[in-house]
Design a protein around this ligand. Structure first.
Ligand code: PLP
Length: 484
């Protein structure tokens, strides 16, 4: 493919993408294929002679589309949203064209510098305390991680390193292995599975803290476990709070938990993967009060802020904490501006903030989206989707056969048919089989609960009304079957 053909095919592809997204509603949201469906549809070996572009595009419809779960269908209500917008897609094209691997300032100065400034912009939109911003003199700063899971792991590893140094400074005879075996991390029993996984990878013990009747961790619950563990000779070193839990969008009480963590020399990380985007709205910002006690904070603009995957924003209060845990400097990565840059926060070397060395120019899509939408446009997107969730909530509340299972604070509604878990499992099976809408369940206090998350940018009130009609129709059939 030369530049001339690329121009032609590129324009066709843009049309193809716009057509796909404009007509996505006509496709069943959930695919009707069995595991292993794809292998038999394509050759067992890569072609020796080149294939034609036309043939590839034909195969996209024949091979790929039947096996796609259409996350951007207005009838997709599963998991949490995956952000998508045209400006972000265009920026990603440019990112592919520049194709730099921005691990150091010299490897592509704009890549490092734009990222640092975009994280400051975003931090200001969230009204993060000054200490998390890099500015030109700050000790904190932000970085783009691929996912919230990586941000949690990075924070845990940095906390582990800091804890070992702290204990050794008090008792230099203690070996690292001995300290490691005593370190304990904590998180909510409602936390995302990636938090437990971070402890597994980081080879430290992790304990789950029980939650209150609204599925949130309170200060006194953590305090009680800490007292027991300290008395048993263990060393608490890390707490991962969740703002907007995955099952029900519950909010841990960080304003109480934060001072406790500070007092106990524990690192507090905040995982606000989904809910974080909403903190750009003043009406939701109080839920972030207490962030000033945290050592690190993370959320996913790739969930709810119209910036396509992958883009997980992470801030730390002290850059040295995180860099200290990950720094490696082989000669081939050194560059002549390094000494000069050491004193300038804008020229931070972001490879020391993450697990991989290589990094894409992901801040481009933030820059495009922030400028094309403006703060107001982004706020409008959040408010519209919260409004749709409230609309669905009132439909559920008006039907006596159903119940709401957790407060509807943002764009997630947890609901179920009053009755057994089996009944609700059957309802979800019917919903999944019909392929008109897509939902996933969760477990709350032993109950099987249906979760409806407002996901697609194109979901409107009529889709909510249709979804509810569809659910009640299937519930009606199900209850009839049960009576006979
Ligand atoms: C979605 C989610 C995650 C995982 O996000 P990734 O970016 O896919 O790793 C972590 N924590 C919470 C609370 C989530 O909702």
């Amino acid at each position: 493919m030369d530049a001339a053909e690329f121009r032609r095919r590129g324009k066709e592809m843009v049309d193809h993408v716009a057509d796909y997204l404009e007509k996505i509603e006509e496709r069943p949201v959930y695919p009707d294929v069995e595991p292993g469906y794809l292998r038999s549809l394509i050759p067992t070996e890569a072609p020796v002679e080149p294939d034609s572009y036309e043939d590839i595009m034909k195969d996209v419809e024949r091979v790929i589309m039947p096996g796609i779960t259409h996350w951007h269908s207005p009838n997709f209500f599963a998991y949490f949203p995956a952000a998508s917008s045209y400006p972000a897609m265009l920026a990603d094209m440019l990112c592919a064209a520049i194709g730099c691997i921005g691990f150091s300032w010299a490897a592509s100065p704009a890549c490092t510098e734009l990222e640092t400034v975009m994280l400051d912009w975003l931090g200001k939109m969230l009204q993060l305390p000054e200490c998390f911003l890099a500015g030109t003199h700050g000790h904190g700063g932000g970085v783009i991680q691929g996912t919230a899971s990586e941000a949690t792991l990075v924070s845990l590893l940095a906390a582990r390193c800091k804890a070992i140094r702290r204990v050794q400074s008090l008792d230099p005879k203690k070996s690292e292995a001995e300290i490691l075996s005593k370190l304990v991390a904590y998180t909510s029993e409602q936390a995302h599975s990636s938090v437990e996984r971070a402890a597994l990878i980081g080879a430290v013990m992790m304990k789950k803290v029980p939650t209150d009747n609204l599925y949130a961790v309170r200060g006194e619950m953590l305090k009680k476990i800490l007292e027991e563990d300290k008395a048993a000779g263990l060393i608490p070193f890390y707490f991962c709070a969740t703002l907007g839990t995955t099952p029900s969008c519950a909010f841990d009480h960080i304003a109480d938990l934060g001072p406790l963590c500070n007092q106990e020399n524990m690192w507090m990380h905040i995982d606000a993967a989904y809910a974080g985007s909403a903190f750009i709205c003043p009406e939701f910002r109080p839920l972030l009060n207490g962030v000033e006690y945290a050592d690190s904070f993370n959320f996913n603009p790739h969930k709810w802020m119209l910036i396509n995957f992958d883009c997980s924003a992470m801030w730390v209060k002290k850059r040295t904490d995180i860099i200290g845990a990950f720094k490696m400097e082989p000669l081939y990565l050194k560059h002549e501006n390094q000494e000069k840059n050491k004193t300038k926060p804008l020229s931070v070397i972001l490879q020391h903030w993450q697990i991989p060395l290589g990094r894409r120019f992901r801040s481009l899509k933030m820059w495009f989206v922030f400028r094309m939408y403006g703060l107001q446009g982004l706020q409008a997107h959040i408010r519209k989707q919260v409004g749709l969730a409230k609309e669905f909530e009132s439909l559920v509340r008006a039907d006596k056969r159903f119940e709401i299972c957790a407060p509807v604070v943002m764009g997630l509604v947890c609901f179920r048919l009053k009755g057994t878990n089996e009944l609700n499992q059957s309802l979800l099976k019917k919903i999944t089989k019909s392929r008109e809408i897509h939902l996933v369940p969760c477990q709350l206090s032993g109950s099987f609960v249906l979760r409806l998350a407002i996901c697609s940018r194109s979901t409107e009130s009529r889709h909510i009304q249709q979804a509810w009609q569809h659910i009640t129709q299937l519930a009606f059939e199900l209850l009839q079957e049960h009576h006979h």
